[in-house]
Design a protein around this ligand. Structure first.
Ligand code: FPP
Length: 247
């Protein structure tokens, strides 16, 4: 048995795919070329995650703050997601991948909204890996929408405020039913979470890799999984690796 097949695999990996623009700039290319190459990396990473036995893979494709970019770049990113769903949905479905979308769908263009809903519906029964695409997503926006949802339940008399606990909040987030990420990866050397899965990442292991997203190969992913397997996760308790003293 190889080392890779014996190691602890994170159930949920979430990735901030950063550095497309800098990858393109370094080659004297327009930023859009970086995003296009980034889609190829998305395909390779989905395949590598499935092969590694990852159950949930979340990719940060468009943040609620990305609207601040030039309109042409925003349109490019929307177009790339549409093209990815159109081109890859059949293959993902065939591979039993389930697609979930997180983020504010209400304020999305109708063409993209219906395409995303169709992808979710068509793959809803799949039991292979779940590919979660964070699109028009921001963690604070998600938490605010969850709070509004709970407030409406209270207002309607269906929920007692005393019963609002962490589980209720979990169940009101876009990620309801999805386990918390075990591992959050950010490419490009930046070391911040940028409003990504803030609530859900409370106990996630964080890994920052220097490679720009288009350079994030299956080999780099494998190295990150290897480093994850060596981490000692304690969730506020004591290490499993330390022999109990005085217990
Ligand atoms: C960050 O790089 C990347 C994004 C804002 C978009 C990521 C989108 C894709 C990889 C393509 C579409 C996604 C899917 C799931 C098909 P940046 O532009 O901020 O890079 P920079 O920091 O170097 O400028």
């Amino acid at each position: 048995m190889s080392r890779a097949s014996q190691r602890i695999v994170p159930q949920h990996v979430a990735i901030i795919m950063d550095g497309n623009g800098r990858w393109a700039n370094a080659r004297g290319l327009p930023r859009t070329f970086g995003h296009r190459k980034g889609v190829e990396t998305v395909r390779e990473t989905v395949k590598a995650a499935r092969e590694a036995g990852v159950g949930f893979l979340t990719l940060f494709a468009f943040s609620s703050e990305n609207w601040r970019r030039p309109e042409a770049e925003v349109n490019e990113l929307f177009g790339l997601l549409k093209a990815f769903i159109r081109r890859d949905l059949a293959d993902l479905h065939q591979a039993s991948v389930r697609i979930r979308i997180i983020g504010d769908k209400v304020n999305l263009r109708e063409d993209i909204r219906s395409l995303l809903l169709e992808a979710e519906e068509r793959t809803a029964e799949n039991r292979g890996m779940t590919l979660v695409i964070a699109f028009n997503y921001g963690s604070r926006d998600e938490i605010a929408r969850a709070a509004a949802r709970l407030a409406r339940e209270v207002q309607a008399g269906r929920l007692d405020p005393c019963d609002i606990d962490a589980q209720k909040i979990n169940d009101s987030l876009d990620t309801a039913g999805i386990p918390d990420p075990d591992l959050v990866i950010r490419t490009s050397g930046e070391e911040r979470l940028s409003n990504f899965l803030l609530w859900q990442s409370a106990y996630a292991e964080l890994m920052f890799v220097p490679d720009f997203w288009p350079d994030f190969t299956a080999a780099v992913f494998d190295m990150v999984l290897e480093r994850y397997a060596a981490r000692d996760r304690r969730f506020g308790g004591l290490s499993n690796k330390v022999v109990a003293v005085g217990s």
